[in-house]
Ligand binder design. Structure first.
Ligand code: ZN
Length: 261
């Protein structure tokens, strides 16, 4: 009796396990082409704060290049690529915020740290600060990520927290809600990076609604125009983004060559 019961339990467990693998968490079979890739600009803000050391990031530009490369590995499963439109080092505004405000559970006060001069409507904004009460947080205006983020490891998860937290918050920016399957990108506090088909479709649909997120062919056209106009610094950013796309394409090869000029 007990033996057959445990046997049944084992079968049920196997069914449950394979069910979850076959369903939501299967690496998705999409193979996005060059023409399908959506390219989104982000402005990276490395914050300093003379009066509030806990806000001052110690991340370097090299760190951010690595983080973005990993973010793009995560988001390639949805055919989305982010590139650094600009990276600014800047002193946080409003460093004299009251401790009453800073202790509120609503973290919208973080938005007060944004200097006006680097605000803009035409890209996502990622602010990196040393410490805050959560790993990362998304607001429509801006995303905040803390240097010292830490996550719970899950099977197949990413090898460091910052790209995961950045990717997760960008997921919110592309309309995705939380989904607490631990290996999922939208689970809270884990190293999971997967998206299911429904999330991929939803994120791509949301991305297409931003007029400043363009397809790879449109970005290539803009890069070529900038190149012809001898605006090499701007052209190079776009060629680098295109050259990093994980697709086999002549356009990608040409972009790589142009980026190296
Ligand atoms: Zn979240």
């Amino acid at each position: 009796m007990s033996r057959s019961r445990s046997g049944l339990a084992a079968i049920a467990l196997v069914a449950l396990f394979s069910g979850s693998i076959n369903h939501a968490e299967e690496p998705n079979p999409n193979d996005f082409t060059f023409d399908e890739f959506l390219i989104a600009p982000v402005r990276v803000h490395l914050m300093s704060a003379k009066g509030v050391p806990e806000w001052e990031t110690t991340l370097s530009e090299k760190d951010l290049a690595r983080v973005l490369t990993k973010v793009n590995r995560v988001w390639s499963q949805a055919g989305v690529c982010f590139y650094i439109e600009s990276l600014v080092r800047e002193e946080a505004a409003n460093q004299d915020l009251s401790s009453e405000l800073k202790s509120q559970s609503d973290l919208r006060w973080l938005l007060l740290l944004r200097p006006d001069s680097s605000k803009s409507e035409h890209q996502f904004h990622l602010y990196y600060i040393k410490r805050m009460p959560v790993n990362g947080i998304y607001f429509r205006e801006a995303i905040f990520v803390k240097d010292t983020a830490s996550l719970r490891n899950v099977e197949g998860g990413i090898d460091e927290p910052l790209p995961r937290v950045s990717s997760h918050e960008l997921g919110h920016a592309l309309s995705l809600p939380h989904r607490q399957a631990t290996t999922n990108l939208m689970a809270s506090g884990t190293t999971g990076t997967r998206l299911n088909q429904q999330e991929i479709d939803q994120a791509r649909k949301a991305a297409r609604r931003f007029e400043w997120i363009q397809t790879a062919p449109d970005i290539l056209k803009r890069a070529n125009e900038l190149y012809e106009a001898e605006k090499m610094t701007e052209a190079r950013k776009l060629y680098e983004a295109l050259g990093g796309l994980p697709v086999k394409s002549e356009a990608v090869e040409r972009a790589k060559n142009r980026a190296a000029e």
